[in-house]
Write a protein that binds this ligand. Structure first.
Ligand code: F6R
Length: 238
């Protein structure tokens, strides 16, 4: 594991951008795993504006999506990705995969998603953020390290954390589709980003604590090729 500590969020975002840029320049046909969340905004902004990178042969798989939210709803993860990245780069629509929140047969959809990843040889480079409870994607505490893409119940902590994007807590979906822990760990390379003092405690647990399903991100300690980029505040307990 390589840990890079940057002064602030802006520097963290540039550093994450440089890491990803160098991988894309090496492999133009890469399969990229993407996350949503406020931590990722700076990276996506850099990818969309600073760079003249060619995304025409890149395929992306997003980690997760709420169940019951229309992909065009501004609160969906699909909307977040279109708004903050995909509409600003030259990636073909057919190369973008995000779980579909209004799916009728969610189980079959998850199996299909997993197969689409497999068909392309797995994820080359997985971008990750971390939740206050240690979740990655929507793999909440207690998620099996053997899990693959599936339907999950969201924890009360995650629903409360995300309530700011909804009118009230009752509107926050109770379920989501997420790529599994095993799928994430099968990525050839991964990059975890965390910013701010409110992530300091969970970053310490995830990177230095015991590897346990109670802290999903702790399994990343076993990832063969992981880069962690933190700002000073997020690293303060290490
Ligand atoms: C969502 C995802 C989550 C978020 C995490 C951090 O696709 O993968 O793990 O990255 O909840 O969210 P922020 O950055 O908003 O604190």
């Amino acid at each position: 594991m390589i840990i890079i500590i940057k002064e602030d969020y802006e520097e963290l975002s540039i550093s994450a951008f440089r890491e990803l840029e160098s991988r894309i320049k090496k492999k133009s046909k890469m399969v990229l795993g993407l996350a949503t969340g406020s931590t990722l905004l700076g990276l996506y902004q850099n990818l969309a504006t600073v760079s003249d990178l060619d995304f025409s042969s890149i395929v992306t798989f997003n980690l997760d999506e709420y169940i019951g939210i229309d992909p065009n709803d501004p609160r969906s993860y699909n909307f977040f990705m279109q708004e903050n990245l995909f509409s600003k780069i030259n990636i073909p629509e057919k190369n973008v995969f995000i779980p579909y929140g209004l799916v009728h047969n969610a189980e079959r959809h998850c199996e299909w998603y997993e197969k689409e990843i497999e068909k392309r040889g797995g994820i080359d480079f997985q971008v990750l953020g971390i939740g206050g409870n240690g979740h990655i994607g929507f793999n909440e505490p207690g998620s099996s390290f053997n899990s693959v893409t599936r339907v999950v119940d969201l924890s009360e902590k995650t629903r409360n954390d995300n309530a700011k994007f909804f009118d009230n807590i009752n509107e926050v979906p109770k379920q989501a589709i997420t790529m599994g822990m095993k799928t994430i760990m099968a990525s050839k390379e991964a990059m975890l980003l965390a910013s701010g003092a409110n992530k300091a405690e969970i970053i310490k647990k995830a990177l230095k604590g015991p590897i346990t399903e109670d802290v999903p991100a702790s399994i990343l300690q076993n990832h063969p090729n992981l880069t962690v980029i933190l700002d000073k505040e997020a690293s303060q307990n290490l």
